[in-house]
Ligand binder design. Structure first.
Ligand SMILES: [Zn+2]
Length: 227
């Protein structure tokens, strides 16, 4: 995965679920569980926190990247699966798509002419932190071969044959490792505090006056997929 620096304080994400999604609450919790089962990241109901996720209905599945400050929507449309929602939440946790890593051309070929014109930006390289972990075709954050194809031809092809990409059923081992690294899971509190204070990580703002500087995160929007 490919991460930004604006992450959620204390590895804790507060959230609300919009009323229209009441009948899908168990799916939202299942998506959270995919992450909490494997990491120290926790999801808690919003009370009076400044920064929180609003899980809401929408046309498709979509999320912003990283913690932007304030209330932040994650769209869980009718066609989105639990795995799709988990993927969107991982965007909100701070990760770009795996196939936008700077080293992606060593692993996949992007067929630009096959991509729907308004979706080309979802394939642009992003300079996020990869934690020196290997490229991961099996990541829940990687697109499949035909995602956003304009004519049914592949948009992204693996350089090795016989590889499947675009799964939305589970976190890969490398997904787990990168989430745990970004959120300092398993480190002692003092080391984590020092790390946060002196370099690398800027946490969400805690006062309104700082919010504007955190509005730079990229916005992405994507449709639901079969799995
Ligand atoms: Zn995505």
């Amino acid at each position: 995965m490919n991460a930004v620096k604006t992450i959620w304080s204390d590895a804790t994400v507060h959230f609300t679920i919009s009323k229209e999604l009441a009948h899908r609450e168990s799916e939202v919790y299942a998506a959270f569980k995919m992450i909490t089962d494997a990491t120290c990241i926790r999801f808690q109901k919003h009370t009076n926190e400044l920064n929180y996720l609003k899980i809401q209905d929408g046309k498709g599945c979509a999320s912003y990247i990283g913690c932007r400050g304030g209330v932040q929507s994650v769209f869980f449309g009718p066609a989105c699966s639990v795995g799709n929602l988990c993927h969107e939440i991982i965007h909100a946790l701070g990760f770009y798509h795996e196939h936008t890593r700077t080293d992606r051309d060593q692993h996949v070929t992007v067929n630009w002419q096959s991509i729907k014109p308004n979706k080309k930006r979802n394939f642009k390289v992003k300079r996020g932190d990869t934690f020196n972990l290997p490229y991961d075709l099996n990541s829940i954050m990687h697109y499949g071969q035909y995602f956003f194809s304009v004519d049914g031809s592949p948009t992204v092809l693996p350089k090795r044959s016989g590889v499947k990409m675009g799964q939305r059923t589970h976190l890969s081992q490398l997904d787990v490792q990168r989430l745990n690294k970004l959120y300092h899971c398993g480190k002692d509190l003092l080391a984590t505090a020092c790390h946060q204070m002196f370099h690398l990580t800027s946490f969400c703002p805690t006062t309104l006056t700082h919010i504007s500087s955190f509005r730079r995160a990229d916005e992405i929007a994507e449709k639901a997929f079969g799995y």
